[in-house]
Design a protein around this ligand. Structure first.
Ligand code: FUL
Ligand code: CA
Length: 479
């Protein structure tokens, strides 16, 4: 073959042919196990931390669940500044903001054509304001993603409880999903008052509106389809937390699986529906001057970080906006302290670039154990297919103090690890530090400071050969 006379395109073809046949000699990447995330869910999981904002008439009436008969004129946040919210979220290290476009009281923070209980009827800006418009612009300016909460339960709308309501809600949803730019997450609340008008929600219709207008959006509800409620509002995901869930035959609200099931997921669940941890920085979801001195402490927030992001969940932290239309300084100050602490805690990965010895490595340079400590979540180590256990030893080369261990699975191939233990070398023998169950996107173990030259992670049980992307260790400053 005359390479000189060969066309450029055929040369590339030949190269890729040789490469592809060459790679059949190396072992293939592990087959995905069970349900796996789609690309929206993968991108969403990497966001980890974002802001929830509860805001509406309740802010002005000191209620958590408005009845829907509040005078819309009470809504008058005279100093509203969505850029302050976005600036605060950004400085806090958050990646997005999700706002209550419509809570249970039915009040819309935007001028909906399908309701007479909206900002249009409020005193704010003489009825000319639009909170969603201001917030989506501010999010764009600060490089944050924009998300919306809408409650299907509506205590104001006259059609609620009639067959027409589902279409009304779908229309409202469509306004939100077509007028404010890309939406990264749709948050559907499952709460519904008992002994009130009832409505069978048409989630098939609702989800189709979201999919049609924001195909990249992750849809959250008690049962997904894309992200699930984690079963409590205190910020504590299960120590066992599978991103898979069985939802056939279940619904939102009362029809959802038990909270204990949502808290841990289902091992080998049929669908990939990872947990999102929603929790408020104050005792209530809405702002109240009564809770100005009850903002969660730094210690509480750090603990929540470890029981949410550190347990394979995303953290949606609610920061309620006050009656002026601003985030109160008590909340923003705490958010900055929190970020500073998290940054300092996870700043220096003491395992980065350190020597890793493993019990087995799958054939092929791309699966090398060095991938475990390269600091890149996109590279991973894997074992041969038939193995369901493994041992990984990291040698620090010198006595090293540490109090945090972070493990990550390469979840694009599914969640596989069922249990693992961690040991450290002390006086020439390995001592057990901890034994836990699942890992998923991220698992953080926090423990009193140890000093050691080596740690060993034992994968004790897995549903398919282990595929881990990172093992990191830190020496977080004391609080
Ligand atoms: C719950 C609601 O009832 C609360 O008011 C709040 O919005 C919370 C995030 O979800 O179901
Ligand atoms: Ca890696």
């Amino acid at each position: 073959m005359n390479f000189k006379r060969m066309k450029k395109s055929s040369f590339f073809f030949l190269c890729s042919f040789l490469l592809s046949t060459g790679s059949t000699f190396a072992q293939k990447a592990p087959a995905p196990y069970g349900a796996v995330p789609n690309k929206n869910q993968l991108a969403w999981q990497d966001m980890e931390y974002y802001m929830f904002i509860h805001f509406g008439p309740n802010t002005f009436t000191d209620k958590e669940w408005g009845h829907g008969d509040e005078d819309p004129k009470v809504f008058n946040p005279t100093k509203l500044d969505a850029r302050q919210w976005a600036r605060t979220a950004k400085a806090a290290g958050m990646k997005a903001i999700i706002i209550t476009a419509k809570h249970h009281d039915g009040f819309c923070l935007f001028p909906s054509k399908y309701s007479t209980h909206t900002v249009k009827e409020s005193a704010w800006k003489n009825g000319k304001g639009d909170v969603l418009k201001e917030l989506s612009a501010a999010c764009k300016e600060y490089g944050l993603k924009f998300g919306v909460y809408l409650s299907p339960w509506d205590r104001n709308h006259p059609k609620y409880g009639t067959p027409e309501y589902n279409q009304v809600f779908a229309n409202t949803l469509k306004e939100v999903h077509t007028q404010y730019g890309p939406v990264f997450e749709q948050w559907f609340d499952g709460a519904k008052g008992e002994k009130e008008k009832n409505q069978d929600y048409d989630f098939k219709l609702f989800n189709s509106i979201v999919r049609a207008n924001n195909p990249q959006a992750v849809i959250f509800s008690d049962i997904g389809p894309d992200a699930r409620w984690m079963g409590n509002e205190s910020g504590v995901a299960g120590t066992t937390n599978w991103s898979t869930l069985n939802t056939d035959g279940f619904g939102v609200g009362a029809a959802a699986p038990a909270a204990t099931v949502l808290n841990t997921g289902n091992e080998d669940g049929k669908y990939w529906i990872p947990a999102e941890v929603d929790v408020s920085i104050r005792p209530g979801w809405f702002y109240s001057a009564n809770t100005d001195d009850k903002v969660k402490t730094l210690k509480e927030l750090v603990s929540i970080y470890e029981t949410s992001i550190g347990r394979n969940g995303n953290l949606l932290l609610n920061v309620p906006v006050n009656r002026e239309g601003l985030i109160h300084p008590n909340d923003s100050t705490r958010l900055m302290e929190f970020r500073k602490t998290i940054d300092a805690s996870y700043k220096t990965n003491l395992a980065k670039g350190k020597k890793v010895t493993v019990s087995n490595t799958r054939k092929g340079a791309q699966f090398t154990a060095a991938n475990l400590t390269d600091g890149h979540p996109a590279t991973y180590w894997a074992t041969d297919d038939q193995l369901k256990t493994a041992a990984i030893t990291i040698d620090f080369g010198k006595a090293t103090e540490l109090n945090r261990l972070v493990l990550q699975e390469y979840i694009a191939l599914g969640q596989r690890v069922k249990s693992f233990s961690v040991e450290y070398l002390a006086d020439n023998t390995y001592k057990t530090l901890d034994q836990q169950t699942t890992i998923g996107h991220k698992r953080i173990l926090s423990f009193p400071k140890i000093k050691t030259t080596k740690i060993r992670v034992n994968i004790l049980e897995a549903n398919a050969c282990p595929v881990l992307s990172e093992i990191a260790v830190y020496n977080a400053p004391d609080l």
